[in-house]
Design a protein around this ligand. Structure first.
Ligand SMILES: NC(=O)c1ccc[n+]([C@@H]2O[C@H](COP(=O)([O-])OP(=O)(O)OC[C@H]3O[C@@H](n4cnc5c(N)ncnc54)[C@H](O)[C@@H]3O)[C@@H](O)[C@H]2O)c1
Ligand SMILES: O=C(O)C[C@H](O)C(=O)O
Length: 329
């Protein structure tokens, strides 16, 4: 049994996602019940009282694997020595708002947090960005953390990946566990491209198993890509428990490895693979092992897929140019 606790930071800890995420982390859902976890919870000053209440509830669960909880509003203190930082805190998108509207407001948050991580995080730190606009927030954070390798940052497209698996399972009548090699390309936004041409259902190519291009274009892609907006419309606030669950799925697979014969979707800094401009944070199919990720190379990208990937990547390059114009990167 490991004894020294893994220090896991969560920002926006008093928010909606935090209210699901913290209990899952404390329960051992990330690294197993035998690996003790210390939670390091960052919030803005006005939310610290709410966070105090959440911590009381965490205490009341008497989680056996929880080695301690530290709270605060100073990222330099909260991030001190952290091995994993889950950057969730940001302003969520409300009804009628576009993600682009959030770039400037969130830029300041991720600039400061990138700098603080650079100064005080553990040498082995991994940083997962859930707060939107996630890809570009990750780009801002990594650009402000010159001493942390860019490969240590990723943005969350695992929720989209999970949504795509769920929709494909419902369409084909397969179990979610029968669906492998799903890919989300591009941005965590409505332009994202969930690719079933390289996925399989029970070992059969998924696009062939579905055999319905009309469903693919008019139902599957828009349902997955606009799921966040549909949940906001229905719930009045953005997805929370599913986002927390995907945040854990992504971090767990990053740290402990993706399943043999399968891959996962992560938004990571591009090395130019698949024609995605180097340096932007874009979602790719990746395999993971021991805290490292590797882009799955050599997949077939047909003309339909090419057009969809290019459209999402164009949005990401616009976001990059916008934050560059604002002096954030
Ligand atoms: N990538 C994804 O798949 C995905 C899915 C769902 C939601 N999200 C995004 O996750 C983010 C959080 O969502 P939520 O529903 O928990 O929002 P929320 O408003 O309930 O909580 C956000 C919390 O962040 C805190 N916060 C704001 N600025 C901060 C800072 N500088 N440092 C620390 N904490 C700060 C706020 O005080 C608040 O408590 C949003 O940006 C949302 O759009 C992403
Ligand atoms: O789309 C949003 O702003 C919410 C979130 O990113 C989601 O995908 O549920």
């Amino acid at each position: 049994m490991s004894t020294s606790p893994v220090k896991v930071a969560v920002t926006g800890a008093a928010g909606q996602i935090g209210y699901s995420l913290l209990f899952r982390l404390a329960n051992g859902d990330l690294l197993g019940k035998d690996t003790p976890i210390e939670l390091r919870l960052l919030e803005i000053e006005p939310a610290l009282k709410t966070l105090e209440g959440v911590v009381m509830e965490i205490d009341d669960c008497a989680f056996p694997g929880l080695a301690g909880v530290v709270t605060g509003s100073d990222p330099r203190k909260v991030f001190d020595g952290v091995n994993l930082a889950l950057l969730v805190g940001a302003r969520p998108r409300g009804p009628g708002m576009e993600r682009g509207d959030l770039l400037e407001a969130n830029g300041a948050i991720f600039t400061a947090q990138g700098k603080a991580l650079n100064e005080v995080a553990a040498d082995d730190v991994r940083i997962g960005v859930t707060g939107n606009p996630a890809n570009t927030n990750a780009l801002i954070a990594l650009s402000n953390a010159p001493d942390i390798p860019h490969e240590r940052f990723s943005a969350l497209t695992r929720l989209d990946h999970n949504r795509a698996i769920s929709q494909l399972a419902a369409k084909t009548g397969a179990a979610v566990t029968d669906i492998k090699q799903m890919t989300i390309w591009g941005n965590h936004s409505a332009t994202q491209y969930p690719d079933i041409f390289n996925a399989t259902v029970g070992g059969t190519n998924a696009a062939e198993a579905v055999g319905d291009q009309e469903w693919l274009e008019s139902t599957f892609i828009p349902t997955v890509a606009k799921r966040g907006a549909a949940i906001i419309d229905a719930r009045g606030s953005s997805s929370a428990a599913s986002a927390a669950s995907a945040t854990i799925d992504a971090a767990r697979d990053w740290l402990t490895g993706s399943a043999e014969g399968d891959w996962v979707s992560m938004a990571v800094v591009s090395d130019g693979s698949y024609g995605v401009p180097e340096g932007i944070v874009s979602s790719f199919p990746v395999t993971t092992s021991g805290g490292d990720w590797t882009i799955v190379e050599g997949l077939d990208v047909n003309d339909f897929s090419r057009g969809r990937i290019d459209a999402s990547v164009a949005e990401l390059t616009e976001e990059r140019d916008a934050v560059k114009g604002l002096g954030l990167i």
